[in-house]
Design a protein around this ligand. Structure first.
Ligand SMILES: *Cc1c(COP(=O)(O)O)cnc(C)c1O
Length: 392
């Protein structure tokens, strides 16, 4: 097909050419002062984007690696943790915790909502709740398009004077939704390269608090590769526990340059908010015919990274995705778990601008119409209106 393909998946996302070019370089000796400076400055700048004053640990891995590292460093076998199960990814994380022998207390929010602070307060106030050592939450649950309110969660912990560590999977929200680690008292903030950071898959991170460092040092669980102590201490191989991912660090450096040129992380998250509002305006207009609705029932929890759209039982969401991919050069995320076949997910994170989002929305509407899914008119007009107001 002529023209370029639009990747509207909620990860991996578009990789800007300048990042690809930065990565297409000869190998270098990672022991040089010059490379050491690039490594340190990239990690420092990234940590700054998280507003974290504690250390940042990096892994040559997927997000699953950051999950595993964080869980095995912070919690010993049998440690009681509260797993906020808000969809596919958080659920999988909980399964991983169980595989590592943690005593997982499942706190289900349902697939259409985030963490309800009042319900959380209740759970943490019980006798079992008082013993919880960690509250694990996905900031944005990518399978549902729901973003939980971290400030409200922190407030519950504060009100209860609860000492649990706050562990946040910000894999889908980092670089898209503001997240101030220090201010929110987040003890571990997890991110990856292939979402908001606009890079290939292969890097993952945990920005950790001073308290998380202490807890990790006191934790006698056997571990080696993922051990933060090793990564914070052993000279030479340090943070990455082995040869640093040199080319990914070239890419990371360039991604951070792009963030800075845009005006810093705040400008980047503002852009995500504007573009996401345009997507929501369109979906709202489409929904007036009754065949389409937002999966996230609470407006304030609708994610700035991904919008999960439900299609009524009379229509096949997978057909819409297939038509978009095969006829109109656009890929989207499919419904996962209970949403399989009945939802599609529009990723709107990473390297995106106004014409890309309008183009994507136009192609998605065309796919819906091709599949004879009734959509309300004025979807694109609503997006254009929303975007123009946001820029005035
Ligand atoms: C993508 C994603 C993950 C998994 O990341 P991988 O790199 O595929 O392991 C975990 N959590 C959330 C919220 C995600 O969006």
């Amino acid at each position: 097909m002529s023209g370029r393909t639009f990747i509207q998946n909620p990860g991996p996302t578009n990789i800007p050419e300048r990042i690809l070019r930065a990565m297409a370089s000869p190998a270098v000796d990672f022991g040089t002062e010059e490379f050491g400076a690039l490594l340190d400055s990239s990690l420092n700048r990234l940590n700054h984007c998280m507003a974290n004053s504690g250390p940042l640990i990096g892994y040559t891995s997927t997000g699953h690696g950051a999950w595993e590292a964080t869980v095995t460093n912070l919690f010993d076998v049998d440690a009681p943790v509260l797993l906020c199960d808000s969809g596919h990814f958080s659920h999988r994380w909980g399964e991983m915790c169980e595989a590592h022998g943690l005593d997982v207390h499942w706190f289900e929010t349902g697939w259409q909502q985030g963490v309800d602070p009042d319900a959380l307060r209740e759970v943490l106030s019980t006798e079992a709740g008082k013993k919880i050592q960690g509250v694990l939450v996905a900031h944005t649950e990518t399978s549902t398009g729901v973003t939980s309110d971290l400030a409200a969660i922190r407030k519950v912990l504060e009100d209860l004077d609860h000492s649990a560590l706050l562990v946040v999977d910000s894999i889908a929200s980092f670089g898209c939704t503001p997240l101030d680690v220090d201010e929110l008292g987040v003890d571990a903030c997890l991110a990856v390269s292939q979402k908001g950071l606009m890079m290939p898959v292969g890097l993952a991170f945990s920005g950790i608090s001073g308290r998380a460092v202490e807890v990790a040092y006191a934790n006698s669980r056997h571990r080696f590769y993922w051990d933060w102590r090793r990564r914070l201490e052993v000279e030479g191989y340090r943070i990455f526990c082995g040869t640093p991912p040199i080319h990914h660090l070239f890419g990371l450096n360039e991604a951070l340059n792009m963030f800075e040129e845009e005006g810093g992380i705040g400008a980047v998250t503002d852009r995500h908010q504007r573009l996401a509002s345009a997507v929501r305006a369109t979906v709202e207009a489409w929904s007036s015919e009754g065949a389409i609705e937002f999966n996230a029932v609470n407006e304030h929890e609708r994610s700035d990274s991904v919008t999960c759209v439900r299609v009524s039982a009379d229509y096949d969401a997978n057909q819409v995705i297939k038509v978009a991919r095969e006829k109109y050069n656009l890929t989207m995320g499919s419904g996962i778990g209970p949403l399989a076949g009945s939802a599609f997910r529009i990723g709107h994170l990473g390297d995106l601008n106004v014409p890309m989002v309008l183009g994507a929305l136009g192609a998605i509407e065309t796919s819906l119409r091709t599949c004879r899914v009734p959509v309300g008119s004025g979807g694109l007009e609503a997006a254009a209106q929303q975007l123009s107001e946001a820029s005035r």
